[in-house]
Design a binder for this molecule. Structure first.
Ligand SMILES: *Cc1c(COP(=O)(O)O)cnc(C)c1O
Length: 475
């Protein structure tokens, strides 16, 4: 099953024509197990793979049964010895190995070999976090996963597919295009689009996306559109503004809203929801309680007059963490899914993504030298300076320059020196052990990093630019 998910992923990867699967023997499974290998053959033939690497003696005996080019190695060690002679620069590679085969050594070597800045995404951590929040919910409360903004920077289809596999109830994106991409990738879960544009109604209907309706303008134009196209009962999500004052109908507009809703049959209210403005701030507890109550009253009246029920929801991650009274029928999990809970230290969430790069060059400079543009990097002692290939074009904010940004190399914390460049920056490594090509963790503590430049982890995550290669791990 895990292999199937992984192959689904691979099918969606369009960057490279070469698609390679590195696969180990399966413990306990022998050549004569036709059922297992029959399934494997079918999965591989449907996968769009172009090359196979088999590691282990059992798979080795099956090589002739596959039509794709196959290289076979007896064990992981002999593959690793061969690795430096192989060119993988233009390929998407899927690695799937039994524990005994220690394929983590292969992934480590491949990532290191690429010498790129990468965002490593641990899908097991994502699954774990999903279960942590599910554990807080009483039975019957549904879960909507927020996958807007490229799933907070960590991927679109890859994340959505895993969430679908884990049976979340809804996915939510900000824009229609994001929803269309997910549908094209084979995602069948209901998908809510929060900012549906009138120009996008065609795409919404064609791809069975469910729009958020937040104003009379969008409500009337969508009704008009559906009537023109002779559609009935199209699911929509009504947004109520209970205090956030961003999008949504005001509570006092309920009569006018009902007048329209009751007088048509082209849309059906699938859910009614609102958004908490300050769930994480104790000083605003009264305000939050009031928001919850406003949604409660609004939905009660709407349900009574519409004559049918719908899903009610208001809590995002901080609401889930702190406000059980805000759960209603569904919650909307965002940042917590990606391993960042800003409200509760006790929740055992795991960070999903790690931004990494390598040391490109190290130089020894005398105390009179300066570093980088405008000579802003002033040193007061003989210093060792490491240049790394991440800059503001990768999403590493320029405000991290001149010592504000802290990174980790071999478990030791170092600071930036000088201004951040477009594609590179420099670190003062005078006090630590480091060699060229060593791995650098860009945000050893993402909450602290965000604080240092006056922002929030959300912004750091979504700003990691698309040119940073995403590498997915799933065991
Ligand atoms: C982004 C968003 C969420 C998720 O918020 P988190 O704080 O990331 O959990 C929930 N609801 C709405 C309407 C959002 O825009």
């Amino acid at each position: 099953m895990a292999l199937q998910i992984a192959l689904d992923f691979l099918k969606q990867q369009k960057q490279h024509l070469r698609k390679i699967l590195i696969l180990s023997d399966i413990p306990g499974v022998q050549v004569k197990d036709e059922k297992t290998f029959g399934k494997l053959k079918r999965l591989i033939s449907e996968s769009g793979l172009t090359e196979l690497i088999f590691i282990g003696p059992v798979l080795g005996q099956l090589v002739s049964q596959f039509t794709l080019p196959i290289t076979n190695y007896a064990d992981t060690k002999s593959f690793l010895e061969d690795l430096k002679h192989i060119n993988y620069s233009d390929a998407t590679i899927l690695i799937k190995g039994a524990r005994d085969y220690h394929f983590e050594q292969i992934s480590k070597r491949l990532v290191a070999k690429s010498h790129d800045t990468t965002l490593e995404i641990n899908l097991n951590a994502l699954e774990h976090n999903l279960n942590v929040y599910r554990g807080l919910l009483p039975p019957g409360v549904k879960l909507m996963a927020m996958v807007k903004a490229f799933s907070y920077g960590s991927g679109s289809f890859e994340i959505a597919n895993l969430l679908q596999f884990n049976h979340v109830d809804y996915l939510t994106v900000a824009f229609t295009d994001e929803g269309v991409d997910l549908r094209n990738g084979g995602i069948t879960l209901p998908i809510v689009v929060m900012s549906p544009d009138e120009n996008a109604f065609d795409a919404i209907v064609q791809h069975r996306l469910e729009p958020e309706i937040y104003s009379f303008r969008i409500l009337n134009s969508f009704i008009r559109y559906l009537k023109q196209h002779d559609l009935k009962g199209f699911p929509v999500h009504i947004k109520v503004d209970t205090g956030m004052h961003r999008l949504g109908f005001m509570p006092e507009e309920i009569e006018a809203l009902l007048a329209i809703l009751k007088n048509q049959e082209v849309i059906r209210v699938q859910s009614v929801f609102s958004h908490l403005a300050s769930a994480g701030n104790v000083v605003d507890d009264k305000f939050t309680e009031n928001q919850i109550q406003l949604l409660d009253e609004f939905t009660a009246q709407l349900k009574q007059e519409l004559g049918y029920s719908f899903i009610r929801h208001i809590a995002a991650t901080s609401g889930i963490a702190l406000w059980p009274s805000a759960y209603f029928d569904m919650v909307r999990l965002g940042i917590g899914l990606y391993g960042i809970d800003l409200e509760r230290e006790d929740l055992p969430v795991k960070e999903v993504s790690v931004l990494k790069t390598n040391v490109t060059q190290i130089k020894q400079l005398s105390a009179t030298e300066t570093i980088g543009y405008n000579r802003a990097g002033v040193i007061h002692r003989p210093s060792r300076i490491a240049t790394i290939k991440i800059g503001y074009a990768d999403g590493y904010d320029r405000r991290f320059g001149n010592g504000v940004g802290k990174m980790s190399i071999n478990g030791q914390i170092v600071a930036t020196v000088g201004n951040i460049c477009m594609d590179m920056c420099m670190l003062d490594v005078t006090d630590i052990e480091v060699n060229e090509e060593d791995e650098v963790i860009v945000y050893p503590d993402i909450k602290e990093a965000a604080l240092a430049i006056g922002t929030i982890p959300y912004e750091l995550l979504v700003n990691i630019s698309q040119r940073v290669k995403r590498v997915y791990f799933y065991e």
